[in-house]
Every structure is written in C-alpha cells, then in structure tokens.
Design a protein around this ligand. Structure first.
Ligand SMILES: [Cu+2]
Length: 188
C-alpha cells in the first residue's frame, strides 16, 4: 500500500504539466483525457483542464471548464464541469456544505455506463446498485441552481424527462436527459 501511494505521488509530480503515457492502473493518460473530453462538445472540452478523480491534473486548460474521465473513481462516466459545478463536486466529495447563488452546468454527453448509476436520494448510499431508487441516465446535462428554483420539478426519474437528483441534500441538481434515440433514464 505504501509503495503504491509513493508511486502515485511520484507520477503526479512527473505528469502534472506534461502529457505522459501509461500511468498506473493500465489505462493511459491519453485514453483518460480522450474519455474526459468526450463528455462535452469541443467548444467546451477543447481547452478544458482535465483532472483525474484522484485530483491529478492530466492536461492544463484555460477556459474555466474541467473535464474528468470518471465521475466516481473507476466508473467511466466522464463529465465536463464549470466552476460552480466543480465546487459542488468538491463538497460532495468531502460531505461539505454547499449552496450556490448562481447556475452551474455539467455535461455528461456519454451518460453513465451500465451499473454506474446512483441512488436518486443520496450520493452516499452504501450500495447504490441495490438502492430502491437506483437511477442510471444516458447522455444528459446537469444543472445546479439556487435551491428555490427547483420548485415544481419532479423528483421522479421514471418520467424520462428532467428530474431532480439528491433533492433533500445540499447537492440537489437538475438532471436533463438529452439522448434522441439511445439510452434514456433507467430505473428499477
Ligand atoms: Cu450526471
């Protein structure tokens, strides 16, 4: 375990500002970057910073967007987030406070692979796949808004249209499925 940790931080130091191939876990940095950037249109992802789920910067960008190869470590559900959404991601990760006075946007145009969904009521369900309210969404956008703006939106993913995820938590946001003919919203 110690050795692995050392390797990881050494790699982080080496790779922070340059592209370097074949980092740990069998997946190349190029593959991770390509998956991360595939989450949003090129106008958004082209000059985005790409960050791995452990915080390692894989590619420096300059347009204020951050793309990630995974939403949760290893789930292969890539996303591109604006600054407000990244603040929320940090808060989710640390179970910290979050509220926003502005809109935050995230693109997940590849959606979530099979099994990579979540409980619609909590980001911290111990076994999301077996959650009563499991939901897995194909290509979608996510929007976080000041909480009062969620008024009137359904919390039921089963409608297939926009719905509120994690509504009773500080991380409540709107899920907007966008696929025309592919995977929509999968519930139990
Ligand atoms: Cu999403």
């Amino acid at each position: 375990m110690k050795a692995e940790k050392f390797t990881k931080s050494a790699l982080t130091a080496t790779c922070a500002f340059v592209l370097c191939a074949n980092v740990a876990a069998g997946e190349s940095v190029e593959d991770k970057i390509a998956r991360a950037m595939s989450a949003a249109p090129p106008a958004v992802s082209g000059d985005a910073t790409v960050v791995d789920s452990d915080g390692t910067v894989l590619k420096k960008g300059g347009n204020g967007w951050t793309c990630m190869p995974d939403t949760m470590p290893g789930d292969k559900a890539p996303m591109c987030n604006d600054e407000t959404w990244m603040k929320m991601m940090m808060a989710v990760g640390s179970q910290g406070e979050f509220q926003t006075d502005r809109i935050g946007i995230s693109y997940m145009l590849n959606g979530e692979p099979s099994g990579a969904g979540v409980s619609n009521s909590s980001p911290y369900h111990p076994d999301p796949r077996n959650a009563e309210d499991y939901v897995e969404t194909g290509p979608h956008l996510m929007i976080v808004v000041p909480k009062e703006m969620l008024e009137g939106l359904t919390r039921d993913p089963g409608t297939g249209g926009p719905y509120v995820m994690w509504g009773d938590t500080p991380y409540a946001h709107i899920m907007i499925p966008v696929s025309m003919d592919g995977k929509g919203v999968v519930t139990k």
